[in-house]
Design a protein around this ligand. Structure first.
Ligand code: XMP
Length: 522
């Protein structure tokens, strides 16, 4: 993986993470930053000048998918040892340390994945003030069989007799388990012990520093050239816009495509925030008609997704062609997108963020990418947004799918249906906020169902539309539980929807969890 960070002008204490390819590498850097110490990730084969320019207080060697028992697998470069600073090897990082110091690593037939009970058997500063028995998270095939010279055993598990070791004279430590994942008991304390007690780093890093640093990086990369950004109104593209504006001012040109499938008032809010209040150069493309025309008569959800994606590209492409000499395209790619889209950070595997589930931009639009949030997690992006002064309603909004109401209207999408759904959704969300329930659920929205149903309103029979309400609680959106909203609340929302939207005769509440149901209805 290649992190896009470069050194700041102000030298702050830095813990360098050398990446051997683990899925948890970013998590290590994130944990360090959570302790207010700056952390930077670089590929394991870092060169001497680079490492010296960073001047780290300590180095963490990540895990990785390779086996040190194979030829030509990554090793820690000699410069890392020559610096004589503290080193912590995790998983593969431990195995390569063991091998490089003359110990023996074996490939075990059984891969150990999950919880293990760790017994700490010797004094070690990493485990200071902790219990002698901890539940730790393991994910490895290989393990250290024989301790290398000058290393002492620190802890064992039943399947990994050498689960932690330390050098007898140097500040070199190694752990077979993953302290960076939340499943490991006291993982945070173990990492803090390394950061503060071993490396003696100062907790003097703040989000502000990250903003200053990213601004400098954007300036260096774009060298006073114009940058194009597709603004969607979502958290990631909004924070990217705010950051770029601070960095390059009016060299940033944003294109906001109003596809008519956004939530009620969303387009106006985006324009108010960015154009009116932040004076950003935003070109609004009022493209509702084009989208609806292309969607006419289409009922199949996958078809609808493809049409919305393609139409977005066409509109965006047409708008950007009106601009002269734009070589850079900014994107609000965040770290989970990187994992989901390619699983790899290599340049070849880079994928245009598919926020509209598009395969990428057309060839003739190939521009250099500017992705200042590429190594951050969602909550870090939100914190950055707060520091940049974005409204909290924008930052803390529930997720919204790229194809928007297109996937929340079942069957053909029409202007009438979008109008009804926007109103119903707005009532539901407004009431959730009023009742202080909005933050309690992870995602909530209304769905336009493809059936009509009979109702009685006043003395009149009303044969009209049915609206579904969906609210879920989830951490990762991979699994979700339907939210147990109070009956009184649901009754009130249902009453408002039927009374205020005359085209609706009935409201239903979705009590399906994921799996087997998905969160969206499609
Ligand atoms: P499902 O319906 O698969 O949704 O359980 C999981 C989460 O993903 C969101 N979602 C999307 N987000 N583009 C997006 O950016 C999309 O095409 C898309 N489809 C679903 C959904 O809202 C939920 O949060």
């Amino acid at each position: 993986m290649v992190a896009n960070l470069s050194s700041t002008s102000k030298q702050i204490d830095t813990i360098l993470v050398l990446d051997f390819g683990s899925q948890y590498t970013q998590l290590i850097a994130r944990r360090v930053r959570e302790s207010d110490v700056y952390s930077e990730i670089l590929p394991w084969d870092i060169n001497e000048n680079k490492i010296k320019s960073i001047n780290p207080k300590g180095i963490i060697l990540s895990g990785g998918p390779d086996s040190v028992t194979d030829n030509y697998t990554p090793r820690v470069p000699q410069i890392v040892f020559d610096l004589n600073i503290p080193i912590l090897g995790i998983c593969y990082g431990m195995q390569t340390l063991a091998e490089q110091f003359g110990g023996q690593v074996i490939s075990s037939k059984k891969k150990e994945f999950g919880y293990s009970e760790l017994n700490v058997t010797a004094d070690c500063i990493l485990f200071s003030n902790l219990d002698k028995t901890l539940n730790v998270w393991m994910s490895h095939g290989d393990q250290v069989q024989d301790l290398p010279d000058n290393f002492d055993l620190v802890a064992s598990t039943s399947s990994a007799p050498i689960a932690a070791m330390q050098h007898s004279t140097k500040l070199i430590f190694a752990l077979q388990f993953h302290p960076e994942v939340t499943h490991t008991d006291d993982g945070r304390t173990i990492l803090d012990n390394f950061i503060f007690k071993v490396c003696k780093a100062n907790p003097d890093w703040k989000m502000d520093d990250l903003i200053g640093q990213r601004i400098q990086e954007i300036k260096n990369q774009t060298e006073n050239n114009k940058v194009l950004l597709g603004l969607s109104g979502g958290v990631d593209s909004s924070v990217t816009a705010a950051l770029l504006q601070k960095a390059i001012g009016n060299k940033l040109v944003c294109v906001f495509v109003d596809n008519g499938l956004l939530r009620k008032g969303e387009a106006e809010e985006v324009m108010n925030t960015f154009k009116e209040n932040m004076n950003l150069n935003v070109i609004k493309s009022d493209s509702e008609d084009v989208f609806l025309r292309h969607l006419k008569g289409v009922e199949d959800p996958e078809q609808k997704r493809k049409i919305i994606g393609r139409t977005f590209i066409d509109v965006f492409d047409a708008e950007s062609k009106k601009l002269k000499k734009v070589h850079f395209l900014a994107q609000g790619t965040i770290y989970p997108d990187v994992i989901e889209s390619s699983g790899s950070e290599s340049k070849e595997a880079r994928v245009i963020k598919s926020h509209h589930n598009v395969g990428g931009l057309p060839d003739e639009m190939k521009m250099d990418l500017v992705e200042p949030l590429r190594d951050l997690f969602k909550d870090e992006v939100r914190k950055l947004g707060v520091e940049l002064g974005l409204p909290s309603e924008m930052l803390n909004r529930h997720p919204f799918p790229g194809p928007g109401l297109g996937v929340r209207i079942l069957g053909e999408v029409t202007k009438d249906k979008t109008t009804i759904l926007k109103e119903a959704d707005h009532i539901f969300i407004e009431e959730l906020i009023k009742a202080d329930l909005y933050k309690m659920v992870s995602q909530a929205f209304a769905v336009f169902l493809p059936v009509k149903s009979v109702g009685v309103v006043g003395d009149e029979r009303r044969y009209a539309e049915v609206i579904g309400l969906r609210a879920v609680e989830t951490v990762d959106f991979m699994t979700a539980r339907w939210a147990h909203l109070p009956y009184d609340f649901l009754e009130h929302v249902s009453g408002r929807i039927v009374n205020e939207i005359e085209q609706v005769s009935r409201v239903v509440y979705d009590i399906s969890s994921k799996p087997p149901a998905t969160i969206e209805w499609e």
